[in-house]
Ligand binder design. Structure first.
Ligand code: GLC
Length: 423
């Protein structure tokens, strides 16, 4: 064994030596990425293609699924000038908060940038600096069980109250028929960024504003916003599991995919997975835009992920090569076909193969282009604290700790203090 090992390492050493003598510039690029659904697997597979195309290897650094947990870790690493991570996969809301730690991709990528939807590029541009390049966009859907809606003669609901009524009726009847663990509606109410998305959708679709408006005005303390949250509170324990207060995307998908729910709010990644080989609901579900509040219109929160190159990376050329590769039309098509990721390159929404294999995508272009941004641009470096105060107030309300009106009154005071003279 020792001899074999010795021989192997001697061989490896001479190969490495040859590589450096011949001037081959193969680098290892370390990419930190969250781990929802197929996130890690798709990066690892792409790493093999990246190596074939460029000679560079990819090291995938596996981070928690929650966007909030990733952000906390990245902020610490970046503040410390960590050189171990070359590329960060970044949430669409992070650009203004982390801009100073990433290199400007614009001068390095030229024409490549103009291939993406201009609005997505704009969301990643801070004071003229292109902080990250988009890999996919996100806009949530209302997933519904076609078979169950048909059985009870129902249409996909257009309003939140219709959703609650249909969910309750089907849940009660199915439970009476023996499906004792079926739930009406699954969503994400853990205290984290995902709850900010859900609650913004209830509020914006009821005409209750966007927490903080694009001009920086704090708008959360209003009766429409409070009524939207109180309505959601009534779902907990009736049509939604009490455990929803700790649910993130994967918890909801786990229950949904075993066939134990009528409706679910989730991002497009759950579409391909729900139709995957091991899914109990394969072919039994479809998607619709999220419901609207009374007198409002459907509002999806805009999400999405990007890639940014660390200023502290010692392999910046290879890291930029990876950004170019991973955001390319070819790679976006692979992800659209395999994992129902929404492309950020417009032409892919016309692609016949994508239309056939993942019909959600062509239908979702309109939803994503009309989606509502979280207030990360107006609150700048204070977005994470703003969002964290907001999701805490909402999670408390859903848990029965105070009603929405009084919790939002307190939130309003906290946000005013956080804002100070200006954001
Ligand atoms: C999705 C979205 C992201 C959002 C997150 C919240 O991953 O793409 O923008 O912050 O969900 O959980």
């Amino acid at each position: 064994m020792a001899v074999t090992y010795g021989l192997k390492s001697a061989l490896l050493a001479s190969v490495m030596c040859l590589a450096s003598v011949s001037g081959a510039l193969a680098d290892e690029v370390a990419v930190a990425s969250g781990s929802v659904g197929t996130d890690i697997q798709e990066l690892q597979e792409a790493g093999k293609r990246f190596q074939e195309q460029t000679g560079h290897t990819l090291k995938v650094v596996n981070m928690p699924a929650s966007s909030t947990d990733q952000f906390g870790q990245y902020r610490l690493w970046l503040a410390a000038g960590n050189a171990d991570i070359d590329v960060y996969r970044t949430d669409v809301i992070w650009a203004p908060q982390l801009a100073e730690h990433f290199i400007d991709l614009k001068p390095l990528l030229g024409d490549v940038v103009s291939k993406h939807f201009p609005a997505v590029i704009e969301s990643q541009t801070v004071d003229g600096k292109l902080v990250a390049l988009p890999t996919w966009a996100d806009a949530p859907a209302l997933y519904y069980r076609k078979d169950l809606l048909e059985k009870y003669g129902k249409e996909p609901p257009k309003t939140w109250s219709e959703l609650a009524a249909t969910a309750k009726e089907i849940q009660d009847k199915e439970r009476a028929g023996g499906a004792s663990d079926l739930w009406g509606y699954l969503f994400q109410a853990a205290p984290y960024e995902g709850l900010t998305c859900n609650a913004l959708e209830w509020i914006a679709s009821s005409g209750g504003g966007r927490i903080v408006e694009p001009d920086g005005t704090i708008s959360i303390n209003n009766p429409k916003a409070a009524a939207a949250i109180d309505a959601a509170k009534s779902w907990i324990g009736t049509i939604s599991p009490p455990g929803s207060l700790a649910y993130k995307e994967e918890d909801a998908r786990g229950v949904w995919q075993t066939g134990k729910a009528v409706f679910m709010r989730n991002w497009p990644y759950a579409y391909a997975l729900g139709n995957g080989g091991d899914s109990a609901i394969k072919g039994k579900f479809d998607v619709a835009p999220l419901p609207a509040g009374e007198g409002g219109s459907s509002s999806a929160t805009i999400g999405g992920w990007n890639v940014a190159v660390s200023k502290y990376s010692k392999h910046q050329d290879a890291a930029v090569a990876f950004v170019k590769f991973w955001t390319s039309e070819e790679e976006q098509k692979i992800r659209a076909l395999g994992n129902s990721r929404l492309p950020t390159v417009p032409s892919l929404y016309e692609d016949a193969e994508i239309k056939e294999k993942q019909p959600l995508i062509a239908r979702w272009q309109e939803v994503f282009l009309a989606a509502v941004p979280r207030p990360s641009a107006p609150t700048k470096a204070k977005y994470n604290e703003t969002s964290s105060e907001f999701w805490t107030a909402v999670n408390n309300t859903l848990a029965g700790n105070g009603d929405a009106a009084s919790n939002f009154k307190r939130l309003d005071a906290k946000l005013k203090r956080l804002k100070g003279k200006e954001w």
